[in-house]
Design a protein around this ligand. Structure first.
Ligand code: ADP
Length: 595
C-alpha cells in the first residue's frame, strides 16, 4: 500500500514538474483563477440569504445594494475569466508543442535497439499519445483538490455558522452516496480495462482503411469483406462488454438515483423543519440547501481525486518510463569530428552482433578491411547479414564483440553525427518526405541549380521534374500538400539515388539501391557510378543482383552471418563457390542485358 502511494506521489510529482519546466507561472495563474471561481460559488450560496433578509425587512435599498455588489463582483470575475482564457489557451498550446518536441527529441536520440524491442516501442507509442493528457490531468486534479478544500472550508463554515446539525446531516448523506459510488467505480474500472483493449483492436482496423498502402493491398487481394468480418467480431465483443457493464451496474445506478433524490428531499425537509422550529431563519433555508449541493460536489471531488491520481499515474507510466529511459549508448556528441575526405581505411575486426530481440547472432566473427578508393560489392542471400554490416558501420548499433575502426580509431570515439554524414548511406528501406523535391534531394543543405540538374540527369529523372509545374519546388505526394506529385516506386528510388550525385560524397554505401529499377536502369546507374566516381572515391554496394560486380575491385560474399568468400570477380569465379554459382544463374537470366 505504501509502495502504491509512493508511486502515485512520484509519478504525479514528475508530471507537475513538467508544467513548471515549461512555464513557471501557468500553474499559479490557473490556481489563482480556480480560487477566484470558488469564491464565486460562495457568493452564489450567500446571495439568496442576503436578498431574502433584505426582502423580509422590506428594505428595497438594501436589495439594490446587494444586487449591485453582486453584479460588480460577477462582472469582475467574468472579465478576469476572459483574460485568463486568453493567457491559458496561448500558454497551454505552447506548452503542448514543447512537451511533444521534448518527447520527439528524446526518441530520435535513443538507440535503434530501443525501437526493436516491441515492449519499448509500444511504450513509446502510448507515451506519445498520452503525454499532454496526463500532464494536464495531474494539473487539473491538483487544482480541483485545492479548490474543493477551499470550498469545503468556506461553505462548511457558512453551514456551521447556520446550524451544526445541518452540517453533520449533510456529511452523513454524502458518506452514503460516496460508498455506493465507489462500488460502482470499481465495477466500471474492470469493464473499462476490457473495453480499452478491444478499442485498441478497432483502432487498428480504422488505420487499415485510411492508410493508402493497406487500401491498395485490400483492393488487390479483394479482402474488404474478410477484414470487415474480422472488425465486426471485435465490434460485437465491445457491444457484449458494454451490455454486461450496463446490466452489472444497473442496480447501483438505480440505487444512486434513488438516494440522490431522497437525499435532496430529506435535506430540503430537514431545512424546512428547522425553519418551522425556528432553528434557522427563513433566509438561511436557501443558503443551506445550496450549500448542501455545493459541499457535496466538493467532497465528492476531493475523495475521487485519489482514484484520478491513481489512474493518471498508471496512464502516465509509459510516458514517464520513456522520458527516464537512458538508452542512448550509440550516440557520441563530443567525439572526434570525422570528415569524409579523410577516411583512409575502415576495418571490421572479429565483429559479432545479435539484435536485441533475436536469439541468434546476425554477424559472427566478421573481419575485413576497406581502403580508400575501393569499390566493394557485398553479396549474399536474403537475411545473410549484409545490411547489418552497414548498420554497424553507421553505429546504429554497437557490436557485442570485436571492434570497428576508421583510420585505426574505434568508431565509438567519433562524433556520431559526423560519422553518419561522412559515410553517406542509402538504406534499402529509405524514406522520402512530404516536402519539396529539392528538400528531399538536398536534405537541408544548399545545392546549386546546376548540381541539382546534373544529379537528376544522372538518374534519368530530369525530364520528369522539368515537366512539373512547380519544378523542384513541387512537394512529394498530395496527401499532405495540395498539388504534390505522386512518384512510382522506381522514380522514388531514382530520386533517393540522385542524392549521391547531388551531395558529391567521397564515401558512400548503397544498400539494394536498384530493387525497384528495371534491369536497364540498374545497369545504366551502376555504369555511371563507376564512370563518374573518382578513383579515390570509396563505395560499397550491397545487392543480390550481380549486374556489375565484375567491375568492382573487391567482392565480399556474406553467408549465414559470416564472410564466406572475398576477392575479385575472377578470383571468386575460379574458386567456384557461392559467388560463382549465383553469378552463373543470374547471367543466364539477364544474358541479354549484361556486357
Ligand atoms: P540481409 O541484408 O543480408 O538481407 P540483414 O542484415 O538485414 O540481412 O539481416 C540479418 C539477420 O538479422 C536476418 O536473420 C534478419 O532476420 C535479422 N534482423 C535484421 N534486422 C533485425 C532486427 N531489427 N531485429 C531482429 N533481427 C533482425
Amino acid at each position: 500500500m505504501r509502495k502504491k502511494w509512493k508511486k502515485i506521489y512520484r509519478n504525479n510529482k514528475f508530471l507537475l514538474n513538467k508544467i513548471f519546466q515549461y512555464n513557471k507561472w501557468l500553474f499559479f495563474v490557473r490556481l489563482c483563477y480556480a480560487v477566484l471561481t470558488s469564491f464565486a460559488s460562495l457568493i452564489n450560496v450567500l446571495l439568496p440569504k442576503f436578498l431574502l433578509e433584505a426582502m423580509f425587512e422590506g428594505e428595497l435599498k438594501r436589495v439594490v445594494m446587494v444586487l449591485g455588489i453582486y453584479f460588480v463582483i460577477i462582472v469582475c470575475i467574468k472579465v478576469t475569466g476572459i483574460f485568463y482564457e486568453n493567457y491559458n489557451r496561448a500558454s497551454t498550446e505552447k506548452m503542448y508543442v514543447e512537451i511533444i518536441n521534448e518527447f520527439l527529441h528524446k526518441g530520435i536520440g535513443l538507440d535503434l535497439s530501443f525501437f526493436d524491442k516491441s515492449e519499448s516501442f509500444s511504450k513509446y507509442n502510448r507515451g506519445f499519445g498520452n503525454c499532454c493528457n496526463v500532464i494536464e490531468k495531474c494539473n487539473n486534479t491538483i487544482l480541483s483538490v485545492i479548490t474543493a478544500s477551499i470550498q469545503i472550508v468556506m461553505i462548511g463554515s457558512v453551514l456551521l455558522w447556520a446550524n451544526v446539525y445541518v452540517f453533520v446531516t449533510i456529511l452523513i448523506f454524502i458518506a452514503v452516496n460516496i460508498t455506493i459510488n465507489n462500488v460502482l467505480k470499481r465495477i466500471d474500472y474492470d469493464y473499462n480495462v476490457k473495453l480499452s483493449e478491444k478499442n485498441k483492436q478497432v483502432n487498428y482496423f480504422y488505420r487499415l482503411f485510411y492508410t493508402p498502402k493497406f487500401i491498395r493491398d485490400i483492393k488487390v487481394n479483394v479482402i474488404d469483406e474478410f477484414i470487415f468480418n474480422k472488425k465486426q467480431e471485435v465490434n460485437e465483443e465491445i457491444l457484449r462488454i458494454s451490455k454486461g457493464q450496463m446490466s452489472d451496474t444497473k442496480k447501483y445506478r438505480i440505487l444512486l438515483g434513488f438516494l440522490d433524490s431522497l437525499e435532496y428531499v430529506l435535506a430540503a425537509f430537514y431545512f424546512a423543519y428547522s425553519v418551522i422550529k425556528e432553528f434557522i431563519a427563513v433566509a438561511d433555508y436557501f443558503t443551506s440547501l445550496n450549500a448542501y449541493q455545493q459541499i457535496k460536489n466538493a467532497i465528492n471531488n476531493l475523495l475521487s481525486s485519489y482514484t484520478v491520481f491513481y489512474n493518471n499515474s498508471l496512464f502516465a507510466e509509459d510516458y514517464i518510463d520513456f522520458m527516464r529511459s537512458n538508452e542512448n549508448t550509440t550516440t557520441n556528441r563530443e567525439g572526434i569530428l570525422l570528415k569524409a575526405s579523410e577516411i583512409e581505411k575502415v576495418e571490421f575486426e572479429n565483429v559479432t552482433f545479435s539484435y536485441p530481440n533475436a536469439d541468434e547472432n546476425a554477424l559472427k566473427n566478421v573481419s575485413f578491411v576497406i581502403n580508400r578508393g575501393d569499390k566493394i560489392a557485398v553479396v549474399g542471400k536474403n537475411g545473410a547479414g549484409k545490411t547489418t554490416i552497414i548498420k554497424l558501420m553507421l553505429r546504429l548499433y554497437d557490436p557485442q564483440e570485436g571492434e570497428i575502426r576508421i583510420n585505426g580509431i574505434s568508431i565509438q570515439d567519433y562524433n556520431t553525427d559526423s560519422l553518419r554524414t561522412s559515410i553517406k548511406a542509402l538504406l534499402q528501406d529509405f524514406a522520402v518526405y512530404a516536402f519539396s523535391l529539392y528538400d528531399n534531394l538536398a536534405l537541408g543543405r544548399e545545392i546549386s541549380d546546376e548540381k541539382m540538374e546534373m544529379a537528376l540527369r544522372e538518374v534519368d529523372l530530369y525530364d520528369k521534374v522539368s515537366r512539373l509545374k512547380g519544378g523542384l519546388n513541387t512537394p512529394i505526394t498530395s496527401q499532405v500538400t495540395k498539388g504534390g506529385v505522386e512518384l512510382s516506386g522506381g522514380e522514388t528510388q531514382k530520386l533517393v539515388l540522385s542524392r549521391i550525385f547531388a551531395l558529391d560524397t567521397p564515401f558512400f554505401i548503397l544498400d539494394e539501391p536498384t530493387s525497384s529499377l528495371d534491369p536497364y536502369a540498374e545497369y545504366g546507374l551502376y555504369h555511371k557510378l563507376l564512370q563518374s566516381s573518382k578513383s579515390e572515391n570509396t563505395f560499397i554496394v550491397i545487392s543480390h543482383r550481380l549486374t556489375l560486380t565484375h567491375k568492382m575491385s573487391k567482392i565480399i560474399v556474406i553467408d549465414n552471418g559470416g564472410i564466406a568468400e572475398s576477392g575479385t570477380h575472377e578470383e571468386l569465379m575460379a574458386l567456384d563457390g557461392i559467388y560463382a554459382g549465383m553469378y552463373r544463374i543470374q547471367s543466364e537470366k539477364y544474358s541479354a542485358g549484361s556486357d
